[in-house]
Design a protein around this ligand. Structure first.
Ligand code: KIV
Ligand code: ZN
Length: 387
């Protein structure tokens, strides 16, 4: 099975979520948890942002032993120098250089033509190689860049000494078919492509970050970049846990796996939520509070007979405690009966029918039925109490 490298950017792109700012201690704790999760690469920050950012990356570098650490840098000497300052004591370091390549960015942001972009990228990679053995080069806004120019940029980056070339969907504009085709073309057309790793980095503006990342993987990329809980600029980045679980659950289709310790996913998600102050929506795939909760009678009956009827992943896989059968107005008799047994009631069939009718009447008025509600219902004089 093909190994897919996991590049976590929670501490850099994730921290770019509006309103989020992590302390050095929080960054270190999250980085150590990411190591326990088994990510291969951790982007610890963007060193040139501030002296405090350099300090945070240095602290992370002191503690992280296995994962490769990266700092983002624009193709400027001062950014590269700052990244070196931050990462010089890291066990395994890699410089992450970024330069936009799309016509929109070339014209309005960089004011560079194609030739100048190539020259700037090449010079920055060559300068970076004086300090770093490994360099990742990102062609920002690759998905809105002419395909022939993407191939050209990739070729120049390889020749200048990059070991990873990342082609991001910076503004979440790509569709899965288009995005997959871009990687296929680059793999077919760029000389020397087999010497480097190709990487994907997506944003979720149209809700397609996970689909686009999986399309890139299906078309041969070696690495995906993502954040825990999908936090990040605007609508966020690719959600790390979604891609990891999609690869795990559908390895029959993708033929590729990460080397993550999946049972650390839930703990990592909760830690990132706590430190960033960004709550995880209940219906969030994989890590939401409802991801393993079942309310309807049909689903609860299936679950009680065999969990695989309605669960394609078990909560234990990601280190969450257990599935929940939630009692509400859609719940059926089977789940209600199990709940009564759990609470210590042992009724005959007729008693269950009476209690179930009362429960349904209550559920029409009350959204969340708790154990206390069931006990109150059973304490009603017309019902039998626990034995
Ligand atoms: O979205 C993007 O293009 C980025 C790059 C720095 C990789 O975050
Ligand atoms: Zn990004």
């Amino acid at each position: 099975m093909r190994k897919i490298y996991v590049f976590d950017t929670t501490l850099r792109d994730g921290e770019q979520s509006p309103g989020v700012s992590l302390t050095t201690n929080e960054k270190v704790e999250i980085a150590l948890q990411l190591e326990r999760l088994g990510v291969d690469r951790i982007e610890a920050g963007f060193a040139a942002t501030s002296p405090g950012e350099i300090e945070s990356i240095r602290e992370v570098a002191k503690q992280v032993k296995n994962a490769t650490l990266l700092s983002l840098a624009r193709c400027h000497v001062k950014d590269i120098d700052a990244a070196y300052e931050a990462l010089k004591d890291a066990e395994n370091a890699c410089l992450h250089l970024v330069l936009a390549t799309s016509p929109i960015h070339r014209e309005y942001k960089l004011r560079m033509d194609r030739a100048k972009v190539l020259e700037t990228a090449e010079a920055a990679i060559r300068y970076g190689r004086k300090f770093f053995d490994r360099i990742e080069f990102s062609a920002e806004d690759a998905s809105r860049t002419e395909l022939d120019f993407i191939c050209e940029v990739t070729r120049v980056a390889i020749e200048a000494g990059a070991s990873v070339v990342n082609l991001p969907d910076t503004v979440g504009f790509a569709t899965p078919d288009q995005f997959g085709a871009m990687f296929r073309t680059v793999k077919e057309k760029v000389p020397g492509i087999e010497k480097i790793q190709l990487s994907t980095h997506c944003h979720d503006d149209l809700g397609m970050a996970t689909a686009n990342t999986l399309a890139a993987i299906a078309n041969g990329v070696d690495q995906f970049e993502a954040t825990i809980n999908g936090i990040g600029e605007r609508a966020g980045n690719t959600c790390l846990e979604e891609v990891a679980l999609a690869l795990e659950t559908r390895s029959d289709f993708y033929g590729a796996k990460t080397s993550l310790n999946l049972s650390e996913i839930y703990r990592t998600s909760r830690m990132v939520s706590k430190y960033t102050g960004m709550s995880v929506p209940g219906n969030k795939a994989i890590v939401g509070a409802n991801a393993f909760a079942h309310e309807s009678g049909i689903h609860q009956d299936g679950m009680l007979k065999n969990r695989s009827t309605y669960e394609i992943i078990t909560p234990e896989t990601i280190g969450a405690s257990s599935s929940r059968l939630v009692l509400g107005k859609h719940s059926g008799r089977h789940a209600f009966k199990e709940k009564l047994i759990d609470l210590g009631y042992n009724l005959n069939e007729e008693g269950i029918n009476i209690a179930f009718a009362k429960f349904k009447a209550l559920a029409d008025r009350k959204k969340n039925i708790l154990s206390e509600d069931i006990r109150a219902l059973m304490d009603d004089s017309t019902m039998e109490g626990p034995r």
